[in-house]
Write a protein that binds this ligand. Sequence first.
Ligand code: ATP
Length: 227
Amino acid sequence: MMINIDVVKQLTTFSFEFKQMVPCQGVTAILGVSGAGKSTLINLINGLIKPDQGKISLNDVTLVATKQNIFVPPEQRNIGTVFQDALLFPHLRVIKNLTYGAKNINRQKFDEIINVLNINHLLKRYPAMLSGGEKQRVAIGRALLTNPKLLLMDEPLSALDMPRKKELLNYIDTLVNEFKVPIIYVTHNINEVKRIANYVVILEQGKLLTYGDTHNILQSDYLKEWL
Ligand SMILES: Nc1ncnc2c1ncn2[C@@H]1O[C@H](COP(=O)(O)OP(=O)(O)OP(=O)(O)O)[C@@H](O)[C@H]1O
């Protein structure tokens, strides 16, 4: 299971150029300072952004290949995304938010997901009646219910306070173990990297600075300024 990325995208301040094969297993953290291009990478993978040139494939399925004019639309990519703020529909109860866009929901899987994320008691509420952490758990549940081959998380903890961050990290840990869904996890927090990442990609000014397993990256000089 691999995601193979080789893309170029001109941004306002620099050209984003990324070429790397990343294993699609466990948690891969994308680390970089603000503006390094982390969200750009995520949105190239999920199809919200089109590269100017290049290709992206997930487990040998081509998602983008500019030369062949291939561009699989986001909803056909089997990729779930969780953003900084849980983008829930305010007028729909949690249960409807969870099932929105998911086809053929398996009852057993639904029960497993709401149990792991501990959202059973929230199903009848509207988003306005949820805390930030609860909203994020619902957003994660919704993404998982679409049976994604890959789950992208773009700074999912940034809107939460410290206790809630810790709590959500525990939930994320559990879902990696229970559902075996590979996660690409954007953060600029080294503690989150230490806590959950198996692999780390470091971006700087729209370029790959380094990539490797967490243990090696943590011992390298690349992270000096982060520690
Ligand atoms: N669609 C776009 N077109 C042109 N430029 C963009 C686009 N999206 C972002 N940019 C610019 O590209 C750079 C990288 O932005 P990006 O959001 O990917 O960074 P980031 O690492 O996710 O930052 P943060 O941690 O602040 O979210 C920024 O300078 C941004 O202004």
